[in-house]
Design a protein around this ligand. Structure first.
Ligand code: NA7
Length: 537
């Protein structure tokens, strides 16, 4: 039947593309709905200057096809946005995925009618399916601050996650950037190179580690290709889905000079491996404080002006309790004559005027271009805007009024036959995303196979969901992560959003084992009902 596949998958980024491929292999009919004009998800939208992945290219990619691993050549240690987008376009073509995707198709509602999902799209289309899989990403709902007067701004403004395809001409112009998360830290050095003047509006000073990005030498790339079996094994056994192990050295037991040398070596190596080099950095306050201090000194050594250096030095949260950015020349950028820093925690933005930004003190900052690097309504935001309604017409927004809860991050009680790839309560943003995505999609594919073979529908039980929510909270509380009051992990960046720690902090390998155990035990956390029972009820 037209517009009635077995499965509708929303989104055509890393998650949606693999879902289509994997479910087809399972013999299911599947169709993708994608708001963008092309594939790519995050890498379709985030085209801001400097957009780059913080995972290394040789493992920020799919593992499901060894042919794909061997044929694709990455050019840099950290892949840039355009290169990742080309990779995903290649995957879409190579596995002939586009024929089952409707592009420029935005979902406005998805309701379970007791037997099937009915999905309506903005262009008036309607799709029905037995199983609905969301592949909408964790960071796809842009958070544009509600600042009075924005509509009056005479210049141009953009959120980094909705960057114009044709680019933005900043040459010689007065540019303002609001936000110093991973995105701002990537964009600021690149914008500073061509802007006439760049003003950074910083609310929270951030730690950042040098990425040490470089071209990937052919012999290094060949080495990874030869070693993929071992690399993938390491990823599967890891805490964060990265192919490196967390150090087992007890840093506090080391003499001062050796401890210092360990941190210096990690700093020189750079990237997210820095965190893995320091055991217990996220669980032991003393280890964290030592590491945070090391990084604070680095900022003061890098930034010439002492007042600016201190303003850039984070003192309100332990290192890595907010997502730790990695950078190329971020702190150095503040030594340029055309860059200035404004502390908007001390003097908050009061309004946007036709000319620029006005602070609470009355200070004016005239601008031609205003860039919001202000992040996303993370994890739950992309799901809530789909207008999902489950049993009895209950909306997902109502179900999550006190905060997003799921079972394993994969499904929600009251929403039968809905599966959420990298949903709230899964390791997701604390891991290398393609690794978590493949694990989720494979698990969902197995469950759908089981449901099809036995003509069942599935929905998490409220009890299993409550237990999982408690476990997610405990896993976060066992770390220092909840100490960052302004973290988007907690929903703190979006006014009015319930404060619930959203990702699962218990580690990827442990999580994968729990998912496998759930499947091996016959899915005890799910109510599995014969479909005819509901139909005749
Ligand atoms: P983030 O990490 O949420 O960073 C957003 C930044 O914007 C952060 O510095 C915020 O300060 C700041 N912000 C947000 N709203 C405001 C307002 N109203 N006024 C001033 N400053 C504001 O988003 P990113 O895009 O950088 O990174 C998201 C993830 O994408 C990243 O971690 C990677 O996983 C990829 P705050 O810290 O909230 O005080």
């Amino acid at each position: 039947m037209a517009n009635d596949p077995d499965v509708v998958v929303i989104g055509a980024g890393f998650a949606g593309l693999y879902t289509i491929h994997r479910l087809r292999e399972r013999g299911l009919s599947v169709h993708g709905l994608e708001a963008a004009e092309g594939v790519g998800g995050t890498w379709y939208w985030n085209r801001y200057p400097g957009a780059r992945c913080d995972s290394e290219s040789y493992y920020y990619c799919y593992a499901f096809s060894s042919e794909l691993e061997q044929e694709w050549d990455w050019s840099e240690r950290y892949p840039g946005q355009a290169e990742i987008l080309s990779y995903l376009e290649h995957v879409a073509d190579r596995f002939d995925l586009r024929r089952d995707i409707s592009f420029s198709t935005t979902v406005v509602s998805a309701a379970h009618d007791g037997d099937r999902w009915v999905i309506d799209t903005e262009d008036g289309g309607r799709w029905t399916c037995r199983w609905l899989v969301t592949a909408v990403g964790c960071l796809s709902s842009a958070n544009v601050p509600d600042i009075p007067g924005l509509e009056s701004f005479a210049g141009e403004w953009h959120h980094t996650g909705q960057w114009p395809h044709e680019g933005v001409d900043v040459a010689g112009r007065r540019v303002g950037v609001v936000g110093t998360g991973s995105t701002g830290i990537q964009a600021i050095p690149v914008l500073a190179e061509s802007a006439g003047h760049l003003t950074v509006f910083q609310r929270t000073a951030n730690f950042s580690i040098p990425a040490r990005n470089a071209a990937l030498a052919p012999e290094e790339a060949a080495g990874y290709k030869a070693d993929y079996a071992a690399i993938r094994e390491l990823q599967q056994a890891s805490t964060n889905g990265h192919p490196f192990v967390v150090s087992d050295v007890d840093t506090l037991a080391l003499p001062d000079d050796e401890r210092r040398a360990l941190l210096e070596r990690a700093w020189e190596r750079g990237g997210l491996r820095f965190r893995a080099a320091v055991r217990d950095v996220l669980t032991d306050p003393a280890v964290n404080e030592e590491t945070s201090d090391f990084l604070r000194v680095k900022i003061h050594e890098t930034v010439d002006d002492a007042v600016t250096a201190e303003a850039l030095t984070p003192r309100d949260h332990p290192f890595a309790t907010k997502r730790p950015p990695i950078d190329t020349g971020y702190f150095e950028t503040y030594n340029r004559a055309n860059v200035s820093l404004v502390d908007v925690r001390a003097d908050p933005i009061a309004a946007i005027t036709p000319d620029g930004v006005r602070l609470t003190s009355g200070a004016e900052h005239p601008l031609d271009v205003l860039v919001f690097a202000t992040g996303f309504d993370a994890l739950s935001g992309p799901l809530l805007r789909l207008g999902i309604r489950g049993t009895g017409g209950q909306s997902l927004a109502d179900a999550w009024a006190e905060g997003a809860t799921t079972y394993l991050g994969l499904g929600v009680a009251g929403f039968p036959d809905l599966f959420t790839i990298t949903g709230p309560g899964s390791p997701s943003v604390l891991t290398n995303m393609p690794t978590s995505i493949e694990q989720h999609v494979d698990w969902i594919a197995d469950l759908l196979g089981h449901l099809r073979d036995h003509d069942l529908e599935a929905e998490p039980t409220p009890e299993a969901q409550a237990r999982w929510a408690e476990h997610v909270r405990e896993a976060a509380d066992a770390t220092l992560l909840p100490q960052a009051a302004s973290s988007w992990y907690l929903g703190a960046n979006v006014p009015g959003k319930p404060r619930v720690f959203l990702p699962y902090a218990g580690g990827f390998a442990r999580y994968r084992e729990m998912c496998d155990a759930e499947a091996a035990a016959g899915y005890p956390g799910f109510a599995l009902r014969a479909r005819h029972e509901r139909a005749s009820a």
